[in-house]
Ligand binder design. Sequence first.
Ligand code: MIC
Ligand code: SF4
Length: 648
Amino acid sequence: MGLTLAEKILKAHTVDGEFRKGEEIGLKIDQTLTQDATGTMAYIEYEAMGVDRVKTERSVAYIDHNTLQSGFENADDHRFIGSEAKKHGIYFSRPGNGICHQVHLERFGIPGKTLIGSDSHTPTGGGIGMIAIGAGGLDVAVAMGGGAYYITYPKIVGVKLTGKLSAWVSAKDVILEILRRMSVKGGVGKIIEYYGEGVKTLSVPERATITNMGAELGATTSVFPSDDVTKGFLEAQGRGEVWTELSADADAVYDEELEIDLSKLVPLAACPHSPDNVKTIEELAGMKIDQVCIGSCTNSSLLDMLKVAHILKGKTVSPSVSLAIAPGSKQVLNMLADNGALSTLIDSGARILESACGPCIGMGQSPNSAGISLRTFNRNFEGRSGTKDAGIYLVSPETAAASAVAGVLTDPRTLGDMPEFKLPEKFTVNDNMIVPPADEKDMDSVEILRGPNIKAYPKTAPLAEDIECGVSLKVGDNITTDHIMPAGAKILPLRSNIPEISKHCFAVCDTQFPERAKSMGSSIIVGGSNYGQGSSREHAALAPLYLGVKAVLVKSFARIHRSNLINAGILPLTFVNEGDYEKIGQGDVLKIEGIRKAVSEGRAEVTVKDVTTGDEIPVLCELTGRTRDIMLEGGLLDYTREQMRKKG
Ligand code: MIC
Ligand code: SF4
């Protein structure tokens, strides 16, 4: 039986474990990326491991998230990351150079290679045939040090694309249709692999939009074949030599299959507050809007911007709408300036933002009270925009631009004929904002520049014999990391300071939580299904760790958050019977007797006794050999240090 493309790349990189479905496998990681909001912690962790130079083929540190510098904190972090990069053999993409995923695709990604990044949208690299996975900062630190990255051999979902997109229907509509069908938890434990005749009708930026938002399915990653279209893109980036042809074997068998006829798709929108709450634009057309934001790692390519410029040409943004545009990289912005499209955007009244994440992560441009904002981004979770009662709709750049002019949600197909938008034969390449690392012989002379807001990794402790403590918080289904550890312009600058940032933990759900958890000393959180969906931020585990959370008991977890909990030494537990969720109340005292013994013996099922009600609740603590050892040690950092000590 042949292999799927994902399996071929995984197999070629498996360095630990048995290459069998459902087994845990350790992957050799060729490339890593970090961004600044997760990067400071990742480099603090890297330092704590004590490895001098990175062992990967290429590691890149980007500054793209915390670029609003309304105090010294973010600038200090940029400087710290820059000095860490210089010392340890990492390329440094300076602020202004663009969003990590866009720049990595343009300048560093290589078909067939593995990439992990401390950002959940790392799968953007799947657009050129990489296995690119989002991970916690600590996992990235370990990979930089030469350690393997572990995943459970996922199911492979084959998405067969046929036909060709109609005029004004876009890659965004493809992934929104898949989200509509599969939901935000439909991809958990799976890799989404695209194949079929329709693939070659999609350019690399379009493919990257689709793999980027595979993160919203909860998928481990998404991948496209590497074909002539990929070759053309890499050649236009002056990197044709890194291209190789990659596709699934003809007799490959997928675990699940989905078929999408591109020609049947219509413009779509994800409605508040979830990326899978999808409706057609036709259904929503005419809705009054207050704001439009175009950009983010999902839709900020040159191709996207050229379409937007075409739609805005000679028009003025509606007086009732504020339009903000953030081109994804310096390369995109430069080319827009050179070909005159930037002037078109400015002329229309668009507010041009720097090439960074910006409004996508609540770094400015929060909508007005109860405002309706159309965004070409990938997440519309409640409160993420910075305005709690805003309604965020995720749409294509075409829908966004047409609506910005009309002042109401508008179907772009009403624009009439669509010209053919083509990528250039040559992109303007100028890597002057990417700083190479110091030579190894000079690394000792590089000074690490630390600011006063940069604090150490929180204290950990080996897993206790028994756990007995109260439930500090009970939450429902689909809790996102934006609920657990909100972002935004006010909180993001605290990413390097766990004691401070933990004061905002769960602010969206319950502002009293941090104080309560702290005063309880140790506690347990109870939640519903898909707990921890969304971002890779390990702060959603480190803040609870700092606040004394010992275990999280839920119906089911999202992948990255579950491993971040394990990495932080917090026990991830799931209900055997989901109905038992109802039996536990906030404030109940729970007791898990002999938990250390159970974990060391590899027993998956343990009993949680609700001391308050007397109920005995069976729960699962599913840990493999390696994650078991990590839990027993008190987290990945302690475990890695111990492994390195043993190896001398
Ligand atoms: C996001 O889109 O939520 C972020 C901000 O990029 C996060 C990373 C972070 O919280 O720093 C992600 O997606 O992993
Ligand atoms: Fe940045 Fe938004 Fe992409 Fe996250 S999703 S990396 S915040 S642009």
